[in-house]
Design a protein around this ligand. Structure first.
Ligand code: GLN
Length: 489
């Protein structure tokens, strides 16, 4: 068997080699930078590669390892989605508006990972302001799926997911407002967690829809996901929605044992239009869980699931229209100030600075919040949001986890859904309810259909990421899909 390439390692495997001094962080980081040079022309997952920062951080990490005070992520190269603030490193949101925006502070998660000694390779491409499901809304360039370069990696965290699948980093951070960690994780064959709302600080995450946004880990396997959560989770006084609860050691949840675990499979998640190949994979996964001793109940109904898409596309654009009002050509980023009046300057700034999908969301949101329509749309959506949360809360009285597909389809062709926004919105039918209710959800690799990865979603009650990790780890250990790598030569 050929020697394992360093860039194909999981973060915890790399960490072991670093600790045993079999490889240095500088060597490992150089390998990843070489890999990026080789595969990026095909994949295009990075907006910015931070070679100098990476090598300097790697040298620091090597000192720390030599000094015997390294943690599990010390010296491990990673990528951060480009809507998460990195001091002195361009943070663009893949938007013209922020093309040259240089943050003056780190996001809390960036700082926590730097403190843990992780090495920043660069910033990941995404749909502009995290609006989209294919990364084709990036104002710069689309990202390609390493499993089939003619297909999308999913979105909006398509850069981080594709970089993982192309072995261009050992772990990544994404953000998830309606599925943007889990759906690309599913389409690229990696593990992606959307933590409970309030579990991970949003300080320094460029706001899209503040009551739904959450940062989370995108990793090769469940162990790495738990390790990254250990590093980023926890209360932060700088984020008023962050929750002050103790953070468990998530690695303690990594036990291959689901005996007696109650798993519910809500029937509404098997939507019309779902690929047969996807449901076959999910059926086999359900059989596996049963074999491993879980008690699976197929007779679960969450009747308001079908309303989640409509609720999301009122609430998310409403919050976006308020959040994006700050891009006025004065406070941040691009400014078309060469005009006769202030109003013209604002108009021109936004005309050029925002792409079509962002403009569509701002208009939808401003309309839903307007005096005449507030009650009919926004208020109604908020009421249904409460019902959706209550249905989950009822279900979690009976089940430890709920299981569903992550996405109704595998990776689709570039250009296939760009002409029809509603088709694109449907990519997230299985993931949106999780954000609406603020609960945690994880997508794990569950197999392949026509050579393309299929993801399985597990959901749990708020702050019960541990049960998700245990179920996901048990499945992973018995199946090993996460070990397969896309062949990019
Ligand atoms: N695809 C969904 C949207 O376009 C979700 C995006 C996200 O989670 N950031 O809004």
């Amino acid at each position: 068997m050929p020697e394992q390439e360093l860039f194909n390692l999981s973060a915890h495997e790399a960490s072991d080699l670093l600790k045993q001094r079999k490889v240095s962080s500088v060597e490992l980081t150089k390998k990843l930078l070489e890999r990026i040079k080789k595969t990026e022309p095909k994949v295009k997952a990075y907006v910015t590669v931070t070679e100098d920062v990476a090598l300097a951080q790697a040298a620091e990490a090597d000192k720390r390892i030599a000094g015997g005070n390294a943690g599990p992520l010390t010296g491990v190269p990673m990528l951060i989605k480009d809507n998460i603030s990195t001091k002195g490193v361009r943070t663009t949101c893949s938007a013209r508006m922020l093309e040259n925006f240089m943050p003056v502070y780190d996001a809390t998660v960036t700082k926590k990972l730097a403190d843990a000694g992780a090495v920043l390779l660069g910033k990941g491409n995404m749909d502009e302001f995290a609006m989209g499901s294919s990364t084709e809304n990036s104002a710069f360039f689309p990202t390609h799926n390493p499993w089939d370069l003619s297909r999308v990696p999913g979105g909006s965290s398509g850069g981080p997911a594709a970089a993982m699948a192309a072995s261009e980093c050992l772990f990544a951070l994404g953000s998830d407002t309606g599925g943007s960690i889990r759906q690309p994780a599913s389409l690229c064959g990696i593990v992606g967690l959307k933590p409970t709302y309030g579990r991970v600080s949003r300080f320094g995450l460029v706001a899209f829809a503040s009551s739904l946004d959450q940062i989370g880990p995108m990793t090769r396997d469940v162990t790495d996901n738990a390790l990254v959560m250990n590093a980023i989770a926890g209360y932060d006084a700088a984020d008023s929605t962050s929750v002050n609860l103790p953070v468990p050691d998530y690695t303690k949840a990594l036990r291959a044992d689901v005996k007696g675990m109650r798993i519910g499979v809500p029937k509404e998640y098997f939507v019309k239009g779902m690929d047969d190949g996807v449901s076959d994979v999910i059926e086999r996964a359900i059989a596996k869980f049963t074999e491993q001793g879980a008690i699976v109940d197929r007779n679960v109904s969450l009747p308001s699931t079908s309303l989640a898409l409509a609720v999301y596309y009122i609430i998310a654009p409403s919050e976006a229209s308020a959040n994006l009002a700050r891009y006025d050509g004065v406070k941040y980023g691009f400014s078309a100030h060469d005009t006769a009046t202030m109003w013209e300057a604002m108009e021109k700034t936004r005309q050029f600075g925002f792409g079509p999908e962002v403009k569509r969301r701002i208009m939808l949101g401003a309309y839903a919040l307007s005096a005449g329509y507030y009650d009919a749309y926004y208020l109604k959506a908020q009421k249904i949001r409460t019902i959706i949360s209550q249905e989950f809360a009822e279900a979690f009285k009976k089940y430890d986890v709920l299981l569903s597909p992550t996405s109704p389809t595998t990776a689709f062709k570039l250009g296939e859904k760009t002409a029809d926004p509603v088709q694109m919105y449907l990519s997230d039918v299985c993931t949106l309810p999780v954000n609406i209710a603020g609960i945690p959800g994880i997508s794990i690799p569950a197999g392949f259909y026509d050579g393309l990865p299929v993801g399985l979603q597990l959901m749990a009650k708020p702050f019960d990421e541990e049960t998700l990790f245990r179920a996901a780890y048990t499945y992973e250990q018995a199946n090993g899909w996460h070990k397969l790598r896309a062949n990019l030569g």
